[in-house]
Design a protein around this ligand. Structure first.
Ligand SMILES: C[S@@+](CC[C@H](N)C(=O)[O-])C[C@H]1O[C@@H](n2cnc3c(N)ncnc32)[C@H](O)[C@@H]1O
Length: 265
């Protein structure tokens, strides 16, 4: 089949996700869009391509099809069972970097490392040591693999543990925790991601509240977290109660998505 015909067929079967037909073909052929355009009458073996389209249509996200994700311009390995890095989390990453540059905290903890993106980039940029915890065995394996690829394995101590059981003290904690309400209806591509990485509880912000409590008890100086667009007011109250002075930051769509708090006690 020619590239042009395959794309027409794939696009019509994907309806609302026509662009993905192009992304998937680029990735399958390892070519860019310009090449596809200039070679649209070229014949290729279309069977594996349509198998990928079928799996995507069933709800397998692009990143799980090709076992890789791009975040902050860097490539990371990913597979089913681990949260796919989101572009939105770059706001949290930028705030984490700002805190690091300004205060140079010595003892750093990430809660919920997933594929390892945040700790790996922070360690790569500043050559700093980090402890990072997660409750997912799959995430542990993948984060270690990603740290090796990015040559920061010697800087990050990945531990398989619920953050509430972590011993020791920290100056700086950061986290992109699960914060979606248990009842929130997700689309089929997001539904194939791990529930424990997405859902935060009945109200959604329960794990964030636990992280703030934990940070208060541990006398943490700086805390930075990503949260849901409708959770600013409640988090403001919780942070104030625990003597954290917080600043909130919006995403490109003007939604509040990240806080950065300093312990005033
Ligand atoms: C939203 S994902 C974030 C992953 C990654 N940091 C990122 O930004 O792509 C949340 C992560 O928190 C982990 N998690 C959930 N509850 C946890 C807990 N009590 N202690 C430590 N990690 C937890 C999940 O397994 C998941 O990997």
């Amino acid at each position: 089949m020619t590239i042009k015909n395959a794309l027409t067929l794939a696009k019509s079967s994907l309806n609302t996700h026509k662009e993905e037909a192009v992304f998937i073909l680029c990735e399958y052929l390892q070519k860019d869009r310009t090449w596809l355009f200039l070679n649209e009458n070229k014949e290729f073996n279309e069977k594996p391509y349509f198998k990928l389209i079928k799996r995507f249509k069933k709800g397998v996200p692009f990143e799980y099809l090709f076992k890789k994700a791009n975040f902050y311009g860097l490539d990371f390995k990913i597979k089913k069972g681990i949260l796919i890095p989101r572009y939105d989390s770059e706001i949290l990453l930028l705030k984490i970097c700002e805190i690091y540059k300004k205060y140079k905290p010595k003892k750093i903890l990430e809660i919920g490392f997933g594929s390892g993106i945040l700790s790996i980039i922070l360690a790569k940029k500043f050559n700093c040591k980090i402890t990072a915890c997660d409750i997912s065995k799959r995430a542990l394996k993948m984060a270690k693999k990603n740290a090796k690829i990015h040559q920061v394995s010697h800087l990050i101590n990945f531990v398989l543990m619920d953050f509430k059981k972590i011993k020791g003290n920290f100056d700086f904690i950061f986290s992109n925790p699960p914060y979606i309400k248990n009842t929130y209806k997700l689309d089929k591509w997001v539904l194939s991601e791990p529930k424990k990485a997405l859902y935060g509880g009945v109200r959604g912000y329960e794990i964030l509240q636990d992280i703030i409590d934990f940070s208060y008890k541990k006398r943490v100086k700086f805390l930075a977290c990503e949260f849901g667009h409708d959770q600013k007011e409640i988090l403001k109250k919780i942070l104030k109660k625990k003597h954290f002075k917080a600043e909130f930051f919006k995403d490109e769509n003007n939604f509040d998505r990240v806080f950065y708090a300093i312990n005033t006690k």
